[in-house]
Design a protein. Structure first.
Length: 72
């Protein structure tokens, strides 16, 4: 049981770090930092991909929290 709780904490931290990275890339893509690589400024596919990934992480964590509340 203790090992499983530690794994959840590690997974939560990994998801947070991934989420922050996605938000950072999304912000840089929005302001046009990646224009030299051929990615358009503003709402490019890079922006929407990162936004979708961050949203999926938020939804996944919310579902997991609800499952934990039901178990307890």
């Amino acid at each position: 049981m203790i090992l499983q709780n530690d794994n959840r904490k590690i997974m939560a931290k990994m998801l947070e770090i991934l989420g922050f990275a996605l938000v950072a890339i999304m912000t840089l893509g929005f302001v046009g930092v990646f224009e030299s690589y051929g990615i358009n400024k503003g709402t490019s596919p890079l922006f929407w991909g990162c936004a979708g990934g961050a949203l999926m992480i938020i939804i996944y964590r919310k579902i997991k929290r609800k499952q934990e509340e039901k178990k307890s």
